[in-house]
Design a protein around this ligand. Structure first.
Ligand SMILES: C[S@@+](CC[C@H](N)C(=O)[O-])C[C@H]1O[C@@H](n2cnc3c(N)ncnc32)[C@H](O)[C@@H]1O
Length: 222
């Protein structure tokens, strides 16, 4: 919101929008929003929860086509980290370049490769506990670095423990995700016509340091 303070009625594109949580906040703050996700299931929930927040598009973010329509493109909470192959990273960034107006900019959250390579194997730890109706849902997350000489790829494991007071259910979920070195993502951005404005560690605008978990990259067209 702060970054678009000088734009009247900013037009925003969210890549990998999931269930539309961010889109709804932005919509409430005056943004005109479009969200793209390749999961029908996620978009069904987004449309049910926030029907007016955005124009929702079922598509892969490696394969969408807009031209100079948007002031800002965002990709938050790990959506970009599903881009495993270099070709996919290039496609997302090139599609984004085409979609942005000439003075438009991007804000992408990307997993930092340095801590992933240092830690290598992170055991499951609780990352959130939420109450929903009569249920308590605990989410645990851990990861294992996979062998790859060129890229930083990890298997990310989730276990959800759902308790209703009398019984407990465990659900497992596994994701293959990629983390990036700052220089690596800088090269991809540059190759696709962007330059980095600032890199933060998080949305509190804390400065990025090499051990930060995330790179929150503000970039613009060169
Ligand atoms: C962890 S969720 C984050 C959702 C949302 N950005 C947020 O901040 O709440 C990751 C999302 O990326 C989507 N996604 C992963 N790979 C994708 C792809 N190739 N094309 C479009 N969406 C993708 C998933 O379906 C999922 O909804």
């Amino acid at each position: 919101k702060e970054l678009t303070a000088n734009i009247q009625n900013p037009v925003l594109l969210d890549l990998g929008c999931g269930t539309g949580e961010h889109l709804n906040e932005l919509y409430k703050n005056g943004f005109t929003c479009t969200g793209i996700d390749n999961s029908k299931h996620m978009l069904t929930h987004a449309k049910l929860r926030f029907p007016n927040a955005a124009n929702y598009i079922l598509s892969d973010i490696t394969n969408f086509d807009f031209f100079e329509d948007f002031d800002i493109a965002i990709s938050l909470f790990g959506s970009f980290d599903y881009m495993i192959d270099d070709e996919d990273v290039d496609s997302v960034l090139w599609n984004t370049w085409r979609a942005l107006k000439n003075d438009g900019f991007g804000l992408f959250e990307i997993w930092n490769a340095i801590p992933v390579r240092e830690i290598k194997e992170k055991p499951l730890t609780t990352v959130s506990t939420v109450k929903y109706k009569n249920l308590i849902i605990e989410r645990q997350r851990g990861f294992t670095l996979l062998p790859d000489n060129n890229k930083t790829i990890a298997e990310v494991d989730y276990i959800y423990t759902i308790s209703d007071g009398t019984s407990i259910q465990h659900l497992k979920d596994k994701h293959i995700m990629r983390a990036f070195f700052k220089e690596e993502i800088e090269d991809f951005l540059h190759k696709n016509g962007f330059r980095i404005v600032t890199i933060y560690a998080n949305s509190k605008k804390e400065p990025f340091v090499k051990t930060s978990n995330k790179l929150l990259i503000h970039f613009e067209k060169e």
